[in-house]
Design a binder for this molecule. Structure first.
Ligand SMILES: *Cc1c(COP(=O)(O)O)cnc(C)c1O
Ligand code: SF4
Length: 384
C-alpha cells in the first residue's frame, strides 16, 4: 500500500493556471484551453521533460532508451498535475517511464489478453458474443506506462484511415449479433469532430447496433477537448455511454470536473474505469476518495481493473487480495454507487472475470451463511 502522502495538486482551483503562467509565459488562457494546441505541445522528449521536472537517473535513462515502444507523451495540462520534484508521486509514476519498464518477468507478454488472436479485421476485437471493441486510432493524448495496449499505441500503425474503418464497419454490418460497439484505441477523442462523427454516424445507422460506448482518458488528461461542438455532435448518437479512465483523485481538478458535468448535461452517462496500480492507487482511502469524487460529477465507478501482465509492468502490479480489500473497504461503508466491480482480464481472450470479494461463507441446511460488511456472521433462509 502507498504511504499516505500529502496531495500535490491542491484543492484550490488555480493550480493549472499558475503552472501555465510559470512554464508557458507567452501562452494565453485561450490558447492553453485549445485542445489542439495541447496536443501539438505535448511533452515528448527528454529536453521538454527536463525543462519541467527534476528527473531521476532512472527516468532520464528510460526516456533516452525508448525505441519504438510506448512513447512519452504528456499534455501540458496534465504536466501541471505532476510533481516536478517527487518521482514517487502517484500521477508522475504513471506517466514518466523508469528503467523498471525494461525489466521482464515470467508471466508477462506483449498481448496478455490475446486480443490479436480475436481480431477478425485489423482494429476490431471480437471476444464476446454481442459486443465488439473498435480500435479507431492508436494515438492517445497522454500515454500511461501500464497501458494494456502498449504493443500498439503510439506507434503510428493504426493511423485513422477511413479505408481501414470501412473494413471494420463491414465486419460489424455482417455480424448481426453485435449490438454493442465500444470505441477505443488509443483514444477515440483524439480524432477531430468530423472524423469521429463519420464513424459514429455509420455505426448508428447499422440496425442491429443499439448501444455505443466510447472508452477514453481524454476527459482526465485533456478536459478542454469536451467542447460544446463535440457535445452537440455526440448527442445525435444516443444511447451513447462514456467509459472514462481515471487513476487517482488528484486528477479531479476543476477542469476535469467541468468536463464530466458537461458530458452528463449532454445526457451521456459516464462510468469510471480504474486500473489498480501499486504505489499509485492501491489504497482503500485513495480509491474511496476517487470514487466519491467521481460520483459528485455524476460519473459512476464502473470497473476496477487488475493491471494486465504486459511487459515491464511488474512494478505496477498488486495482488488480487489487495484489490479485494479495497472493495471490502468500500462496500457497505459508503454509497453503493461508489463501489466498482473488480475485474481480472484473463489470458488468451478468456474475457473479464469479476473477482470482487465474496460474502457467502457457506451453508447450513436451508441457511446460507453470510458475512456482512462489518465482518459479522449473518444468515439468510434459502431453502435448497
Ligand atoms: C472489456 C471489453 C469489452 C466490454 O466489456 P463490458 O464488460 O461490457 O464493459 C468488450 N470487448 C472486449 C474485447 C473487452 O476487452
Ligand atoms: S489512455 Fe488508454 S490506450 Fe492510451 S496509453 Fe493510457 S491506457 Fe493506453
Amino acid at each position: 500500500m502507498t504511504d499516505l502522502r500529502p496531495a500535490f495538486v491542491p484543492e484550490c482551483d488555480h493550480h493549472v493556471d499558475s503552472f501555465r503562467i510559470r512554464h508557458y509565459p507567452g501562452v494565453t488562457p485561450e490558447t492553453w484551453t485549445d485542445w489542439r494546441w495541447q496536443l501539438r505541445n505535448r511533452i515528448r522528449d527528454l529536453e521538454e521533460a527536463e525543462r519541467l521536472f527534476v528527473l531521476t537517473d532512472s527516468e532520464r535513462a528510460a526516456i533516452r532508451k525508448r525505441t519504438g515502444m510506448l512513447p512519452l507523451g504528456i499534455t501540458p495540462y496534465y504536466a501541471a498535475l505532476l510533481d516536478p520534484d517527487d518521482p514517487r508521486q502517484p500521477l508522475r509514476r504513471t506517466k514518466i517511464p523508469t528503467l523498471e519498464e525494461f525489466e521482464r518477468h515470467g508471466d508477462e507478454c506483449e498481448d496478455p489478453l490475446g486480443e490479436d488472436a480475436h481480431s477478425p479485421v485489423p482494429g476490431l476485437v471480437h471476444t464476446y458474443p454481442d459486443k465488439a471493441l473498435f480500435l479507431v486510432t492508436d494515438f492517445c493524448a497522454t500515454y500511461c506506462r501500464y497501458c494494456t495496449r502498449a504493443r500498439m499505441v503510439g506507434g503510428g500503425e493504426f493511423l485513422p484511415q477511413k479505408g481501414m474503418w470501412e473494413q471494420t464497419l463491414d465486419y460489424i454490418r455482417d455480424h448481426s449479433e453485435i449490438r454493442d460497439v465500444l470505441l477505443s484505441g488509443g483514444d477515440p477523442l483524439i480524432l477531430a469532430d468530423d472524423r469521429l462523427e463519420w464513424v459514429l454516424e455509420r455505426l448508428h445507422e447499422i440496425p442491429h447496433v443499439e448501444f455505443l460506448r466510447i472508452g477514453t482518458k481524454v476527459p482526465a488528461v485533456l478536459p478542454y477537448r469536451i467542447t460544446p461542438n463535440l457535445l452537440r455532435m455526440l448527442r445525435k448518437f444516443h444511447p451513447l455511454f462514456f467509459s472514462i479512465h481515471f487513476t487517482h483523485p488528484e486528477e479531479l481538478t476543476l477542469e476535469v470536473r467541468q468536463a464530466c458535468e458537461r458530458l452528463a448535461d449532454a445526457g451521456i452517462p459516464t462510468g469510471g474505469q480504474t486500473v489498480l496500480l501499486k504505489g499509485v492507487n492501491d489504497d482503500p482511502e485513495v480509491m474511496k476518495s476517487l470514487n466519491l469524487g467521481l460520483l459528485r460529477v455524476r460519473c459512476k465507478p464502473y470497473y476496477l481493473h487488475q493491471c494486465d501482465p504486459i511487459e515491464g509492468s511488474a512494478h505496477f502490479r498488486t495482488s488480487v487480495e489487495t484489490g479485494q480489500e479495497i472493495i471490502r473497504h468500500l462496500h457497505g461503508h459508503t454509497t453503493g454507487y461508489a463501489v466498482p466491480t473488480y475485474m481480472v482480464d484473463t489470458a488468451g481472450g478468456g474475457g473479464k472475470v469479476p473477482v470482487s470479494p465474496g460474502y457467502i461463507e457457506g451453508r447450513e441446511g436451508d441457511q446460507l451463511l453470510l458475512k456482512n460488511y462489518q465482518g459479522r456472521d449473518t444468515r439468510y433462509w434459502d431453502p435448497v
